[in-house]
Design a protein around this ligand. Sequence first.
Ligand SMILES: *[C@@H]1O[C@H](CO)[C@@H](O)[C@H](O)[C@H]1NC(C)=O
Ligand SMILES: *[C@@H]1O[C@H](CO)[C@@H](O)[C@H](O)[C@H]1NC(C)=O
Ligand SMILES: *[C@@H]1O[C@H](CO)[C@@H](O)[C@H](O)[C@H]1NC(C)=O
Ligand SMILES: *[C@@H]1O[C@H](CO)[C@@H](O)[C@H](O)[C@H]1NC(C)=O
Ligand SMILES: *[C@@H]1O[C@H](CO)[C@@H](O)[C@H](O)[C@H]1NC(C)=O
Length: 223
Amino acid sequence: MGGVVLLVRFLSIATIIICLCNANLGVPYCKEIERRALLKFKQDLNDSSNLLSSWVGEGDCCHWAGVVCHNLTGHVSELHLGTHYLSGKINHSLLNLKNLNYLDLSKNSFDGSQIPDFFGSLTSLRYLDLSQADFQGVIPHQLGNLSSLHHLDLHGNYFEVNNLQWISGLSLLQYLDMHGVNLSKASDWLQETNMLPSLVKYLDMSDCGLYHIPGARWYCQHD
Ligand SMILES: *[C@@H]1O[C@H](CO)[C@@H](O)[C@H](O)[C@H]1NC(C)=O
Ligand SMILES: *[C@@H]1O[C@H](CO)[C@@H](O)[C@H](O)[C@H]1NC(C)=O
Ligand SMILES: *[C@@H]1O[C@H](CO)[C@@H](O)[C@H](O)[C@H]1NC(C)=O
Ligand SMILES: *[C@@H]1O[C@H](CO)[C@@H](O)[C@H](O)[C@H]1NC(C)=O
Ligand SMILES: *[C@@H]1O[C@H](CO)[C@@H](O)[C@H](O)[C@H]1NC(C)=O
């Protein structure tokens, strides 16, 4: 009898210890300010296929569809929202995701809107994919402030540029896809692309309204 009581005591103490350990080692919960930022971001979108249906209420936003949080800090670090049939506006509440380093909004339909200038302030970004998302207009030179960017994909929209000076700010870039961007006003394209760091392993500037210039490190061509 005494043994059973002891065993029960031991088990309950063990349970408490296991619970404490789990609380300490557990994956961190999402930040309140970031949860609210995601809800605002969703509010301005038309989520016609309901793929963001998990984005509701007070829950842990680290478990919402497409959201990845840092496993130690709990800050939202990645948004994987490619091919989510989203349209509408992109709210600047994204700026509250201070640790966002990966943003994929490709293959959605932003109704011919421009890339918001505030994207240039998402300075933690290492990966930005805005390809085939029905954007148009001038690519904001503010993107040149994304100095951590390794991967930039802008292909398949209706973009143009006034110049390419801003690209020189992207000193860590390894992948750049500008396929189909109208570069006809960018008389500096040769100079600026030649100044891209040798880190760049992939560069696509084809179908940009330019043509091959012998001796260029990279060139545009109609395909
Ligand atoms: C949302 O998108 C669907 C499908 O594209 C469209 O039928 C609907 O009118 C849109 N709603 C709003 C509020 O824009
Ligand atoms: C967190 O992620 C990193 C890299 O993705 C991994 O090396 C590390 O083991 C993870 N830590 C925990 C506590 O899961
Ligand atoms: C962003 O969302 C806030 C709050 O929902 C709203 O007041 C603001 O007008 C939105 N901004 C844009 C640019 O849509
Ligand atoms: C980068 O940011 C600084 C300060 O926020 C601003 O003055 C500058 O115009 C920005 N540069 C570009 C290329 O947007
Ligand atoms: C590219 O832009 C120039 C000048 O803005 C314009 O004249 C031309 O028609 C555009 N090319 C394409 C393929 O849209």
